[in-house]
Ligand binder design. Structure first.
Ligand code: SF4
Ligand code: SF4
Length: 432
């Protein structure tokens, strides 16, 4: 039976003129050199599936599921092919057909974690509390030294290996923060769900940088997950409901805000897609468009506002990795570098293939471990070539992926968000 694809998207499949320009930027094509694992080849497969000319055989599925949805091809395509929406819809439909079929208990458990636990800040927080207790009791070392980790189901072992060292549990983010100096802007801060549980210090660093730049911050506690996980896992209704909630919550900030700011590229890309997601919702379509106009990545916001340069020098060599959801999905590449350049003393060295996916790609590192590892190793070899001891990336998934592989391969590499470095450079300066 032919696959369904939204009629407008189906028509846009014909935008592809088969020029092949996208082949050079596709990570899976770079690794495998197989046309079926290139954007052009996958578009061809999708069209044949929708027109009923081929069946979703195991081999066809393999080529489609190996795509990282990194959108490098979309950003590069001169014909404006909407590759991301197409692959997401096609994979969603294929997943629906095989839903529930032949899933193991572990796969169901992982699904549950990804779809129901990580996107819920309270549940995610409780899970991280357990992880903290385990780390404090030496569970990581025990699993490692006893060899028990090797007998865990592979996906669970990978999840465990990805977990960073969790510091102390942090106080909840204040609902309202005012800088001590003149206020230059008012923003709503998007806290995130699992990123707050794992990268809480980066959220606090972001708040300090905003205050140091004279920004008043509102962080409404009723905000929810951006919906990216559900959107990419074929649960559009859940994603839409979360989008409506966030639009309501940020819209209710008294006096309004100039921007809604996030420090996670994946969340930012999703928040900016609310207009498209709610385009057919009569009540929310216009509100979603207005909301999207105000969404900013933290680097985009600060550069737009004009960064107050920090005074503390940071003597270190840093390289910068472009997260796919920042560079390809949002077109933001200059601003994070500008943010780093504002730090005195920092030596910034260019990273070869900086905008090639590191293999994190949401849950890809769990579902496609081999390709994910190959791309992580490619990223780390490129980082090695720079001689930098620090790599900065503006997405939680990239931070987890790069640091986990650096640990696993015994590299001495500090992996940080650019905002962490900027906050360190401010120290107690500014309007804190
Ligand atoms: S997707 Fe775009 S860049 Fe790639 S072959 Fe088609 S038209 Fe060319
Ligand atoms: S989204 Fe990324 S992995 Fe998928 S076809 Fe495009 S460039 Fe290749």
């Amino acid at each position: 039976m032919a696959l369904r694809l939204d009629q407008k998207l189906y028509e846009r499949l014909f935008d592809c003129v088969h020029c092949g320009f996208c082949l050079g930027v596709c990570p899976t094509y770079a690794q495998l050199g197989d046309e079926n694992d290139s954007p052009r080849g996958r578009l061809h497969l999708m069209r044949a599936l929708v027109e009923g000319r081929i069946e979703p055989t195991a081999s066809v599925m393999k080529h489609l599921t190996l795509c990282l949805d990194c959108r490098a091809c979309q950003a590069f395509c001169p014909s404006g092919v909407k590759y991301g929406s197409m692959i997401e819809q096609v994979r969603g439909e294929l997943a629906e057909r095989v839903a529930g079929a032949s899933k193991t208990v572990i796969e169901r458990l992982i699904d549950r974690l990804i779809n129901d636990v990580f996107p819920d800040r309270d549940r995610s927080d409780r899970l991280m509390l357990l992880a903290r207790l385990g780390q404090a009791a030496g569970m990581d070392e025990f699993l490692e030294q006893s060899g028990l980790r090797d007998v865990l189901p592979p996906q669970l072992a990978r999840l465990h290996a990805m977990l960073p060292k969790l510091g102390d549990r942090l106080e909840a983010i204040p609902v309202h923060l005012r800088p001590t100096c003149e206020i230059r802007a008012r923003v709503g801060f998007f806290i995130g769900c699992v990123s707050e549980s794992m990268f809480g210090p980066t959220n606090r660093a972001t708040l300090r940088v905003l205050l140091a730049n004279g920004v008043e911050v509102f962080a409404p506690p009723a905000q929810v997950c951006c919906g990216a996980i559900h959107h990419h896992n074929n649960k559009p209704d859940v994603a839409r409901q979360l989008a409506r909630l966030n639009i309501d919550v940020f819209g209710a900030i008294e006096g309004g805000v100039d921007a809604v700011v996030t420090n996670v590229a994946g969340c930012g890309a999703m928040l900016k897609e609310y207009g498209e997601l709610l385009a057919d919702d009569r009540e929310y379509a216009d509100r979603a468009k207005r909301f999207v106009e105000r969404v900013r990545d933290i680097s985009e916001f600060l550069v737009g506002l004009g960064i107050r340069p920090p005074t503390r020098a940071m003597k270190m060599k840093v390289t910068y990795h472009d997260a796919c959801h920042l560079a390809h999905a949002q077109g933001i590449t200059k601003q994070p570098r500008e943010l780093l350049r504002s730090i005195p003393g920092l030596e910034i060295v260019p990273l070869p293939e900086s905008d090639m996916c590191c293999g994190a790609a949401g849950t890809y590192n769990l579902t496609q471990p081999k390709m994910s590892d190959r791309l992580a190793e490619r990223k780390l070899s490129n980082i090695d070539k720079t001689g930098a001891g620090v790599v900065a990336a503006a997405n939680a998934g990239c931070l987890l992926q790069i640091s986990q592989h650096a640990r696993r391969t015994g590299r001495d590499l500090r992996v940080v968000h650019p905002i962490d470095l900027l906050a360190e450079a401010y120290g107690d300066d500014g309007c804190l």
